[in-house]
Design a protein around this ligand. Structure first.
Ligand code: PLP
Length: 381
């Protein structure tokens, strides 16, 4: 299917080719080179963290974050249930045990109370969870103060999946810089892209060095290839890092454009009953990577599927909210703590086109289609 309006297409800034040409003219067509070093520095500067490692994907970054924390077989890793499967899969790569936790209804992110219940459940049984992966879903910052307090109280390492949240802030601090480690994705549909890629952020030199070492096959410091530990080939290419450098130049504009999309959607849809958007907690600023709303409707109201089909019929791509991990066939035996918030969001939520090149006419058209669908649905009662 080719759409006229995509959910979140790549948006080049214009500076990318210059850095790609530098890579070509210097023949750094490799998973090493000056673009990588500079891209990492630019990420550090932008986020205000201390260290960054550019990697092949966001998934690789999560995998290496868990490796750096020595997560291994049988360890419990707590994880937000409402997310993309890439958040949780690295737990299984390592043979660790994922334990999923529900969301809270305002931010749609992990519920601190349900989290604490899960932690206590395992502590009583002498199985202390080793790490938590929270997710800033669709760019919306988690309730960071509460989460950090819980992690601190029980001594649990926090990994922030900020794959969708580059440029989001909580109390003037960037998403991805709160936990022991944070990860970002530069996949094609994220707020900025390197065509494919990711990064790991941390204030710890020890953890960053470990992750970098694992990312290049865990080579010992010997003049020949000696390996004492299992490693991976997860480094970012210097060509991709060039795209990233060009994208960093326009990141603030991309955040502003997506936030403007959100303002327009909420303006046009304000009179449609039973719609509620993901909400910024106090002191938070979401990059509004994807504008996401929940239908809290009455008997014959809109459904996510009726909206998706109506939009698709007009060449507009939209997407259902992630199916929670605890409902996935892949994770059916994993423990789950919480209620039905994540499940409700899956059943009643939808993500609308949110690209940074979306025009106000397009937003208006999309809202018209949604309102027409609402009208039709009403008349069936
Ligand atoms: C995109 C995404 C990832 C994975 O990033 P890749 O670069 O595609 O591997 C992880 N978590 C979330 C929430 C994502 O949206």
């Amino acid at each position: 299917m080719r759409y006229r309006i995509w959910l979140s297409p790549p948006h080049m800034g214009g500076g990318e080719m210059k850095y790609i040409e530098q890579a070509f003219s210097s023949n750094w067509i490799a998973p090493a080179g000056p673009n990588i070093v500079r891209f990492e520095n630019e990420l550090v500067q932008y986020t205000g963290g201390k260290y960054a490692v550019a990697l092949a994907s966001g998934t690789a970054a999560i995998h290496l974050a868990l490796c750096a924390l020595d997560i291994s077989k049988g360890d419990i890793v707590l994880c937000q249930s409402l997310t993309f499967v890439a958040t949780a899969n690295p737990i299984l790569y390592l043979g660790a045990t994922p334990v999923f936790v529900d969301s809270e209804p305002a931010t749609w992110n992990i519920c601190p109370e349900a989290l604490e219940t899960a932690i206590r459940y395992y502590l009583i049984r002498n199985k202390k969870p080793k790490a938590l992966i929270c997710v800033h879903l669709y760019g919306m910052p988690c309730l960071m103060e509460d989460l950090l307090a819980v992690c601190y109280r029980y001594g649990i390492a926090l990994i922030e999946d900020a794959a969708e949240a580059l440029g989001s802030e909580y109390k003037r601090k960037q998403a991805g810089t709160f936990g022991e480690m944070g990860i970002i994705s530069f996949n094609g549909n994220k707020i900025i892209t390197t065509s494919g890629g990711g990064a790991l952020l941390s204030d710890s030199k020890v953890l960053t060095d470990k992750a970098r070492y694992f990312s290049t096959q865990s080579k010992d410091p010997t003049p020949y290839f000696q390996h004492s530990e299992l490693g991976y080939n997860y480094a970012m290419s210097n060509v991709c890092a060039g795209i990233g450098r060009g994208q960093m130049e326009v990141l603030n504009e991309r955040v502003a454009a997506r936030r403007a999309n959100f303002d327009l959607y909420s303006h046009y849809l304000k009179d449609v009953p039973g719609l509620s958007f993901q909400q910024e907690p106090d002191g938070a600023k979401s990059n509004r990577w994807l504008v996401s709303l929940q239908l809290t409707g009455n008997a014959c109201a809109l459904t996510p599927e009726s909206i998706r089909l109506a939009l698709s019929g007009k060449g507009v791509e939209s997407r259902r909210v992630w199916k929670p991990m605890h409902l996935q066939p892949l994770y059916k035996i994993a423990p789950y703590f919480g209620g039905d918030v994540a499940e409700d969001l899956f059943e009643n939520g939808i993500c609308l086109p949110s690209g940074s090149q979306l025009t106000s006419e397009e937003v208006s058209e999309i809202c018209e289609i949604i309102m027409e669908t609402a009208q039709k649905q009403k008349s069936c009662s």
